[in-house]
Design a protein around this ligand. Sequence first.
Ligand SMILES: Nc1ncnc2c1ncn2[C@@H]1O[C@H](COP(=O)(O)OP(=O)(O)OP(=O)(O)O)[C@@H](O)[C@H]1O
Length: 283
Amino acid sequence: MENSVQIAGLHFAYPGQPPFISDFSLKLNPGSRCLLVGANGAGKTTLLRIFAGKHMVGGKDVVRILGQSAFHDTSLTCSGELAYLGESWSRAIGCAGEVPLQGDFSAEHMIFGVEGVDPDRREKLIDLLDIDLEWKMHKVSDGQRRRVQICMGLLHVFQVLLLDEVTVDLDVVARMDLLSFLMEECEQRGATVVYSTHIFDGLESWATHLAYVEDGKLKQTYTFPDIFYTLDRPKTLLRIVEPLLRAERKHRENVAASGGGQVKSAMAETSPWSSRRHMAYYR
Ligand SMILES: Nc1ncnc2c1ncn2[C@@H]1O[C@H](COP(=O)(O)OP(=O)(O)OP(=O)(O)O)[C@@H](O)[C@H]1O
């Protein structure tokens, strides 16, 4: 089976900045739901934007989505096969560029303005996200605007969806229903979702993979449900990720205290999607 997401030895630096993303590799099969987690500033948004083809990196083989180069093959995003939903209050519709979700527009105007959409899928999403088509975009709450943004982002039948913490404003029911919808999309038709989030509620039974990013590097990878059998830790995602975040913070403090010298990471030698016991500490 061809990987739907294949990242091979990715390196990246923002212009005028030192190297940031370093030797990042990741392979996901169709149907995967991969959580991208890490501390603030770890590089999750940067990675998702690179996967979405928004930054040019290395050669054509470094970031392959559905067998194509995410940056070079613009048909991937134009067709909606590769979809990216990020923090900003806007939505790139096909090749038309970013459409601001504000101004005196109604939800109906925004949603029905997206062309080439299956009407049944549209109705399903409007219902799922409990959208009132008469909402005026300049008068709605953050969560209501977010629902419209998500609806527009999912109207086209995607094969790979990159979600950059867009569920943060949603109420619990909307978030759970959205996650169920995405799970169905993955299980029934082999879509792939990479989801960066700091909110772990309900994700234990949703995700298939967990990728922990630290300082632009892929530090830990796990598969579900192995993660719960192989780690001697409570069976919630929060209790798995929290020690990793605390160890990382401790590591930074140690480095600062030792004047920036090398502190060896006990997590550095693990292989991708390992189910071995990992030791989340530094010495
Ligand atoms: N356009 C930019 N130019 C230069 N540096 C940037 C730019 N965008 C982000 N960075 C830097 O890259 C690093 C990673 O940022 P990024 O937004 O990818 O992190 P993140 O893991 O998504 O964080 P968070 O959890 O806070 O959203 C940060 O140090 C940030 O300051």
